[in-house]
Design a protein. Structure first.
Ligand code: XIL
Length: 305
């Protein structure tokens, strides 16, 4: 059976992120995506410089294509990239005034969230707010530099106004493996919640390198965020190693612990090791090989579902 058939029994989303709509031209790619997954999210196509490269001009074609593919195949689309550290166009980077930047965010968020109202019901609003290795907010990001630390709260308020019914996530990397950063994210999110910032969940990227998250860590995070009234999802799981056995074990262990902990939304960052389609060129991080043959990682995931 497929991953999505297993997922249906538990009423969970099992998805692939990193879907560049041009990959759908490859019929094998499209077939595996539609057969195995019940959700998808774009790779870079929703990031500001991709979707809105010059003021007022939006490249809707690519994202529309993703949405219609999802509709045709009965899949959920997850919004990814409202605010990202990378990929901000020059016209935006030239904004130095706080009011003007908030207005630009509002225009941009409304354009995206209104166009896909009813078609995307969950969004990563802010991605990678913390320094990669931990040690506080990443103060090098453009939004931080103009708006200060409150850019995160601003972004969530603007997103909520644009789309009152969507689930709004903060997306972060490496917290499953760095205890200090894990605590920082918790402190940040609990402060946002205490201040009434409209946030619904924490999306764990989970780009895992050689080291598997310690058993119990994901469970602990789910518990503590649930206590704040928030949901936890997995947004971008992949495993960057050439050790196939280790990779297989990590896939199985992470998916199984996530489900036991009550996570209902798991996405991988792509599904085929085909080099043109994965951002990690030096490893074989995904569940299908370059010819779309399921690897042991697939079977471990399937067994965990
Ligand atoms: C990555 C894309 O896959 C690459 O093509 C791009 O060059 C950089 O961004 N965390 C995220 C994703 O939230 O948006 C990133 O995607 C991977 C790390």
């Amino acid at each position: 059976t497929s991953l999505r058939a297993e997922a249906r029994k538990q009423d969970i989303l099992i998805g692939s992120g990193a879907i560049n709509p041009t990959y759908l031209n490859d019929s094998n790619f499209a077939a595996v995506l539609a057969t195995q997954f019940n959700s998808l999210s774009p790779e870079n196509e929703m990031k500001w410089s991709f979707i809105n490269p010059t003021k007022g001009q939006y490249n809707w074609d690519t994202l529309d294509r993703l949405v219609s593919f999802a509709e045709d195949n009965n899949m959920v689309v997850k919004g990814h990239g409202l605010i990202s550290g990378c990929c901000n166009p020059d016209y935006l980077l030239n904004v130095t005034d706080r009011t003007a930047l908030r207005a630009a965010m509002k225009t941009h968020f409304e354009a995206l969230m209104h166009r896909y109202e009813g078609k995307m019901d969950r969004w990563d609003v802010v991605t990678e707010a913390l320094k990669t290795q931990g040690g506080g907010l990443n103060n090098e990001t453009f939004f931080y530099q103009v708006l200060g630390p409150n850019y995160i709260a601003d972004a969530f308020h603007i997103a909520r106004e644009a789309s009152p019914d969507s689930k709004l996530f903060i997306n972060e990397n490496l917290v499953e493996s760095l205890p200090g950063k894990r605590q920082e994210l918790y402190n940040l999110v609990s402060k946002l919640v205490a201040k009434g910032v409209p946030i619904d969940g924490v999306a764990l990227q989970m780009h895992i390198t050689e080291v598997a998250p310690k058993p119990g860590v994901v469970t602990e995070m789910v518990k503590s965020y649930n206590e704040l009234g928030l949901e936890v999802s997995i947004a971008e799981l992949d495993v960057h190693t050439l050790d196939n056995e280790l990779e297989t074990d990590i896939y199985g262990a992470v998916v199984s612990e996530a489900l036991d902990a009550g996570i209902t939304d798991i996405s991988f960052w792509g599904f085929t090791d085909k080099h043109a389609y994965t951002w990690i060129k030096g490893a074989k991080p995904l569940m299908f090989d370059q010819c779309y043959k399921p690897k042991s990682e697939f079977y471990a995931t399937h067994a965990a579902l």
